[in-house]
Design a protein around this ligand. Structure first.
Ligand code: BES
Ligand code: MN
Ligand code: MN
Length: 456
């Protein structure tokens, strides 16, 4: 199982962790304008390291938002080419007072590194870079051709990378994508993710009176946009969790019987999941589908926030002129974001109560994806994972979305090998995000062994 590159990674592990902490200290929060400079700094940090380890043509590619980081090494004649992808941007860190150590001061505790971005996705991006460094240092070259493409807008929809992939497919010629932005199904269990949900993220604005009004003078005559919004939202899903938008499920394709059977044999304890991961008194959702089916293979709709109106301390008697809600839908393979949005928009316009106007806006969208398990690169990945983890790989889907993975398939014709090393309890997008250091180390080894396998 060992190779010179794996030995190099083992010898240099402490340095790798130290460098990761430097990357984690940069608060590259893509959604907040005040962190634009930090996003560029994180991109420059990665580009400098790619250059240092011997990648070529390293450069930042400017986009409408945060820059892409590109580098390549294309001297493995007659070998396949990997497009290595990850994202350097992170989610906002709030609520800050729930962090045990500050989000941008990476701290080790009981075998984990705690920081915003530790596992989503800087730790995994760094594992990719360190796998490349180990291969280049130990062998003076790579076993396959590699193009690296890191983005800084994944957490906000990935508009910049999507435009680049659509407009410059020739710069990204490859045989497969290697994506490290997913998780293991369970501790110690080598996992490949072969499906992601897509999404449409929307904003729904309801307008009533021309201005805010005194609720005593006008209550009873003026429409209330918050009440109208609540009525609309209440009609989006029925009490069994089924989305009530007509036609919404028309294109949904059910997983194959083989895939469903494989999910049944995964080590999943619904009660444990309810208690430790969700922490609610009951799980909800469409009846007739298991939790894994509901979160991986069924579309869903969620409300994220309802900003507006009076939210200060105390009381204010006002009928606000407008109310908005942030609402997203997760899509599954064969659904298209454009059609899902059109159906949603016309349904909302139809059910809007009298006296208000609605404005339904699309913020961003991305396709779902499904990778065939018998793809030769997926199979090479299982051999590499067996070497490192000593176990057979499980194939899972994830309910999350990585918008560009669908585009890799549609615009570049690339299957994605989604080899990630997070854990279900790593608190991604939440306070106290962490990355288990052992998974960082085994992740680097897995990526090295995979590139070696892919070059055989
Ligand atoms: N890495 C996640 C997606 C993910 C989560 C994959 C868990 C597998 C397991 C990614 O960074 C993410 O959070 N994506 C967003 C995308 C959205 C903002 C377009 C998501 O899923 O909400
Ligand atoms: Mn991610
Ligand atoms: Mn994320």
């Amino acid at each position: 199982m060992s190779s010179p590159a794996v030995a190099f990674a083992t010898q240099n592990h402490a340095r790798f962790v130290g460098e990761l902490k430097d990357l984690l200290r940069i608060p590259s929060i893509s959604t907040l304008p005040e962190h634009k400079g930090d996003c560029r700094r994180a991109a420059e940090f990665l580009a400098a390291e790619l250059k240092r380890i011997g990648m070529e043509n390293v450069r930042l590619i400017d986009t409408s938002g945060h820059p892409l980081v590109y580098g390549d090494w294309l001297h493995a004649a007659a070998k396949p080419t990997a497009l290595v992808y990850g994202h350097y941007d992170v989610q906002p860190a709030d609520p800050l007072d729930e962090w045990i150590s500050p989000p941008f001061e990476p701290t080790e505790r009981s075998g984990n590194i705690y920081s915003r971005g530790a596992v989503d996705d800087k730790g995994q991006v760094w594992a990719q870079v360190k796998a490349l460094e180990s291969l280049l240092a130990a062998n003076k070259g790579l076993p396959i051709n590699v193009r690296v493409l890191f983005e800084g807008e994944e957490e906000v929809g990935g508009e910049g990378i999507a435009a680049y992939v659509a407009s410059k497919p020739d710069n990204l010629k490859a045989d497969f994508a290697l994506v490290s932005d997913t998780e293991l199904f369970a501790e110690g269990l080598p996992t490949l993710c072969v499906g992601l949900r897509g999404m449409i993220y929307t904003e729904l604005e309801v307008r009533g009176a021309k201005t805010d009004l005194h609720s005593g003078m006008y209550g009873g005559a003026a429409p209330n946009p918050f009440v109208a919004l609540a009525q609309i939202i209440a009609k989006l899903k029925d009490e069994n969790g089924r989305i009530e938008i007509p036609g919404f499920y028309d294109d949904v394709i059910a997983p194959s019987p083989e895939e469903l059977a494989a999910w049944k044999s995964l080590p999943f304890d619904e009660e444990h999941y309810r208690k430790t991961e969700v922490g609610s008194s009951k799980l909800v959702g469409e009846s007739g589908f298991s939790v894994l089916e509901r979160t991986w293979a069924r579309p869903t709709l969620d409300v994220h926030g309802i900003p507006g109106g009076f939210t200060g301390a105390g009381a204010k008697t006002v009928i606000p002129a407008r109310a908005t809600a942030k609402i997203s839908m997760r899509l599954v393979p064969n659904m298209t974001p454009a059609k899902a949005f059109a159906l949603y928009k016309s349904y909302v316009e139809k059910i809007a109560p009298a006296g208000v106007e609605v404005d339904v806006r699309l913020i961003h969208s991305g396709d779902a994806c499904l990778i065939p398990v018998n793809n030769p690169y997926v199979q090479a990945a299982t051999r590499a994972l067996h070497d490192v983890w000593g176990k057979d790989t499980v194939f899972i889907r994830s309910g999350g979305s990585i918008p560009i993975v669908g585009d890799f398939d549609r615009h570049l014709g690339l299957p994605s090998v989604m080899m990630g090393f997070g854990l279900p309890d790593d608190n991604i997008h939440a306070p106290n995000e962490k990355f288990k250091l052992q998974n960082f180390e085994l992740g680097i080894r897995s990526l090295i062994r995979f590139m070696e396998e892919a070059g055989h």
